[in-house]
Design a protein around this ligand. Structure first.
Ligand SMILES: [Cu+2]
Length: 245
């Protein structure tokens, strides 16, 4: 038997519909993971912090001011979805770095879900369609976790070989300067829980450095001094120098 939901905006206290439940769950999961992510990164990223605070305000409003809560959660999710897209989309092709990848997947899936759920809750759409979308989103999140787990397990660190220039990357800082002969190899161990790139500006040398993994690569560049950057959005402070002899 299908029970129709009260349609009056003033019917606070009635059981929440499936779209509102989906809105609450998706907005909460994203906000909590954002806060956990900030703790893991060890820095304050103002838009993520503001998103978590606004989500808490929206959740607080929802029981008494249903439409106000739905609006705050929906608008916050929409603005944050657009704001974080350039930063997190770059991690989606790299599931072997689990923190970056799962944060990106949950941030995008969760916020997109929250926006759709907020619109549907505002319009008081069919509860059955809310449950179907909820099931689909849970399946997609589960699939992304499985993909990341498999990619992480199957990522094997490269072995160091005799003659390699051996270096480490920790706390989002490259070795200040590395010197390598033309045609020589660098064995670079990324000790961070986050992915980086070793990108030599103005050259084709652009090496992916998955989280907590060592990568060995050959430097086929003409002799000279080169600037090194990490090309991940938000990692602009990372820089180093490569000298090829
Ligand atoms: Cu980086």
């Amino acid at each position: 038997m299908v029970t129709a939901e009260p349609r009056s905006p003033g019917d606070a206290g009635s059981p929440p519909g499936s779209w509102r439940r989906l809105l609450v769950v998706s907005a909460t999961v994203v906000a909590v993971y954002d806060v956990v992510f900030l703790a893991l990164v060890g820095e304050v990223i103002p838009p993520l912090l503001a998103g978590a605070v606004l989500t808490a305000i929206g959740l607080g409003l929802l029981p008494r001011f249903r439409r106000g809560g739905v609006a705050v959660l929906g608008v916050t999710s929409a603005v944050l979805l657009v704001a974080v897209m350039p930063f997190v989309a770059a991690h989606l092709p790299h599931p072997s770095s689990p923190i970056d990848f799962t944060h990106a997947a949950i941030a995008l899936l969760g916020r997109a879900t929250a926006v759709i759920a907020a619109i549907a809750a505002w319009r008081e759409a069919s509860a059955a369609s809310g449950r179907r979308v909820g099931t689909l989103v849970v399946a997609l999140v589960a699939a992304s976790l499985v993909v990341s787990g498999v990619a992480m397990i199957s990522t094997v660190p490269d072995r160091e070989r005799a003659g390699d220039v051996v270096a480490e990357l920790t706390d989002a800082a490259f070795p200040a300067s590395l010197t390598v002969p033309t045609g020589g190899a660098i064995h670079l161990d990324n000790r961070d829980r986050f992915r980086h790139t070793y990108t030599v500006a103005g050259t084709p040398l652009d090496v992916q450095l998955p989280a907590t993994t060592a990568v060995r690569f050959t430097v086929d560049l003409p002799p000279g001094a080169y600037d090194v950057i990490c090309d991940i959005p938000g990692h602009e402070s990372m820089s180093g120098q490569l000298i090829v002899e």
